[in-house]
Ligand binder design. Sequence first.
Ligand code: PMP
Length: 408
Amino acid sequence: MSKFNSLADFATKRFRLAGKAYLENGDPFFAPIDRLRHEAEARGDYFVSFANYDYLGLSTHPAIKSACADALETTGVGALASRLVGGERAAHHILEQSLADFLRTDAALTLVSGYLTNVTTIAHVMGTRDAIFIDELSHNSIVSGAKSAVAETIIFRHNDLDHLDHLLTEKRGQFRNVMVIAESLYSMDGDIVDLPALVALKRKHNAWLLIDEAHSIGVLGAEGRGICEYSGVDPNEIDLIIGTLSKTLASCGGFIAGKQAVIEWLRYTLPGFVYSVGLSPVISAAAHMALQLVQKETWRLERLRRNAELFVELAHEAGLDTGPAIGRGVIPIMFRDSHETLAASAYLMENGFYVPPIIQIGVPKDQPRLRFFLSASHSEAEIRGVISLLGQNLPAQAPATHPISAAG
Ligand code: PMP
């Protein structure tokens, strides 16, 4: 018999265990950002967000707005069925072909969510007598995919390829197919995988390789083509490249890129694609236009690089700890404990900078941080401003009321 009278009782207890106490001084999450921006502008203040992964600053680009308006006018909003049985829109093909061309792979397939793309692909491809080797700091969508698969999951230490080599040497023989999964640019630490070394390991152990490029498209590489371009690796060495349309491409949805035979098989069999609606044609048009802009407005990538480098340089001058970040789109500032992190976030918010605290969810409990997403749209003054605030003495405790919840 359950000791809970209702699901609501159960949920209340679970939420408390999950760290609800941290919210008692005011909730820094779910900030009402449209209103906060509007109110700040009405006062003649600024509201600068480092909380959104709009890496190249494309989210409000007029060409994307007008591509959406055209698509809306000609096709309506929804795809209205699974593409397999409901028919495809021209926008689906155009986007998938341009993604494949951009990434230098044979083909690509889009799904309605990046998260779903990892879950369904990993669970579908890996079967009984197979094993999935994942980095201990993998994104939750990779962990969920591995958990949903009938295959065994084996975890290697973060970015520790010697450990992975050791595990593969010890265990490879017990399994039929083996897949190694890594991220290109890690979303909490901003560090990257050593792709050439990983490809060598994949060959040595006859493993398949899946790379999650969510945070590296439009961020890494001289032309923003991702970790392969950045590391000088032929994309054909990667069995499955997974990415999302929600970051640099400023819309939402996920994609898989790879060899023609693989993508063709997935088009007919992948549960999260076959049994889910196709991507909205409006979103497809937006992502396609964003991809064209990545290639046309190349100054954006250069600007992102300069902004991120300036951020790291100033942070270090101010004595702040940016962890293992390489200094591209994602850069954390590490704090000693959660209260200090909450206080820093609240202090920045009072001063017009939105940088949410990352505590407990998504990072180890003892490594709280403020996670900054850098963008080509940030100005030098904004970067200097936020770092100089952080470099000053921060209040030791979170204020009684968090400014976000005070405003919301
Ligand atoms: N992979 C990684 C590494 C991510 O960080 C995320 C989300 N931030 C996803 C996949 C899921 O993508 P989406 O948010 O577009 O569903």
